[in-house]
Design a protein around this ligand. Structure first.
Ligand code: EPZ
Length: 418
């Protein structure tokens, strides 16, 4: 296993090109299962998770090749419908093959994802939705064994919580169903808009893009897609926060400022200046950091995937910050590691109270999950002295060449064998 070593204190200066969004690439790769023939996906990040999803599609009979950031995926010869525990336990997003496999083959056998660091993460909304579309399923040795005779039948589905992947899964099942499906209380994350664009480009009939109500008129068949993955708003936010932590001035390119409506005001209040242009963002911080309160919410609220990164930033302010995590029940794993760097943080249920000390000290810390790892990188970039982060495979799941991108803007950071 590798570790990351950081000599903190260097302000970041220069330009970084943001990669395509992990949380768009994963559902869009699955959507290629809906129709045979070569699909072309552009701006696809090269991540551990995208490689895992491609391995899953390969196990089902798909063929793919990568040319830089462009993926060509052919699913003409599918011969299986099982997503194995070995693959699913490493990436819960594998559950996204349920909808496409049921729509294409009428059958899917997908391992239950099992827990993960940030919470139990059940898939009951997914299964209830498919049940309403006429799918029957049973649990068998840790697998969901699902089937439907012929085509699914459209229905009106209302989610208790606007679940991102449940919305995506039902969307991908409904596009080939008989009749109309309406999804109410749908999630509105921009990655879902990217999926809607891909499906409509394949011949689907989906209305309500970007709203909490999606209406899908089922069609008989779909054609191959050509789609560009949206920029990764979480990677974008991670870099904006990193510059806030180290000071300096950076331009982010290949990004979409409209995808982070709730972050800029927060960063501005904290003393981090962000200037938006068409496909780039200019970020700088010169003066002291100020404490701000954060409450994670579904899009367009503050993203839970940036909570850990903001907590690292708040440790460097000189005030009290209240950070409330409303989406997942266990997403404060980074707190114990930040404590090792001198942070003063108290957890009370779903909230953490950060008493900013204005500085952090380098230490040996351990990554526990994807975004907690990013939080520790940010802390290390700003800390006095050397920080060593172990178990960086967590980071590799969702960031494409993070170390290389940071080195190119002056960070003293490198990977080494642990
Ligand atoms: C997606 O996960 C993202 N992953 C997560 O990003 C992100 O944190 C999350 O949405 C929230 O924005 C992908 O898109 C691949 P949810 P997802 O279903 O869909 C509960 C990252 O770091 N729930 O929107 O799994 C659930 O437990 C990852 O990139 C049920 O109870 O999240 C949670 O409390 C982490 N039953 C809430 O809903 C269900 O059937 C929202 O979860 C489904 C969800």
């Amino acid at each position: 296993m590798d570790k990351i070593v950081i000599e903190g204190g260097e302000p970041l200066r220069g330009e970084i090109a943001v990669s395509g969004a992990k949380n768009a690439a994963l559902p869009l790769i699955c959507a290629c299962l809906l129709a045979p023939g070569p699909h072309v996906l552009e701006n696809v990040p090269d991540l551990r998770d995208t490689r895992t999803m491609l391995a899953l599609l390969e196990a089902l009979g798909a063929a793919w090749q990568r040319d830089g950031a462009t993926l060509i995926i052919d699913t003409a010869n599918l011969h299986g419908f099982e997503a194995s525990y070995e693959l699913v336990k490493t990436m819960r997003a594998s559950v996204l093959v349920l909808g496409p496999l049921l729509a294409r083959m009428g059958r899917a056998r997908v391992s239950l994802p099992g827990g993960c660091a940030i919470g139990a993460r059940p898939i009951n909304f997914h299964l209830q939705g498919f049940q309403q579309l006429g799918v029957s399923h049973q649990l068998d040795q840790g697998y969901v064994d699902a089937s439907v005779d012929g085509r699914m039948t459209g229905a009106t589905i209302c989610f208790d919580i606007p679940s991102v992947t449940a919305t995506e899964n039902i969307l991908m099942g409904a596009v080939l169903a008989r009749g109309e499906t309406v999804i109410k209380n749908a999630a509105r994350e921009p990655e879902i808009g990217n999926l809607v664009d891909m499906l409509n480009g394949m011949g689907a009939r989906i209305k309500g893009r970007g709203s909490d109500t999606l209406a899908i008129e089922g069609v008989g068949r779909l054609r191959p897609a050509r789609i560009r993955i949206v920029p990764d708003r979480i990677e974008t936010g991670t870099f904006l926060i990193a510059v806030g932590a180290t000071g300096g001035e950076v331009t982010l390119t290949n990004c979409d400022p409209a995808l982070l409506p709730s972050l800029y005001a927060k960063l501005g209040a904290a003393g981090v200046a962000v200037r938006e242009e068409a496909d780039r963002l200019h970020v700088s911080r010169r003066g002291p950091l100020r404490a701000v309160d954060i409450k994670t919410m579904p899009f367009p609220g503050f993203p839970t995937d940036l909570q850990a990164q903001m907590m690292a930033l708040m440790c460097l302010s000189n005030g009290l910050s209240l950070i409330t995590e409303t989406i997942f029940e266990n997403r404060f794993m980074h707190v114990a590691e930040l404590h090792r760097m001198g942070a003063d943080i108290r957890i009370d249920g779903h909230s953490a109270i950060v008493s900013g000390t204005g500085k952090l000290r380098g230490a040996k810390v351990m990554a526990t999950d994807l975004r907690a790892s990013a939080s520790l990188v940010i802390a290390g970039l700003a800390a006095e002295g050397v920080t060593e982060i172990s178990r960086v495979y967590h980071l590799d799941r969702g960031y494409d060449d993070l170390v290389g991108k940071l080195r190119r803007v002056g960070a003293q950071i490198y990977r080494a064998a642990e």
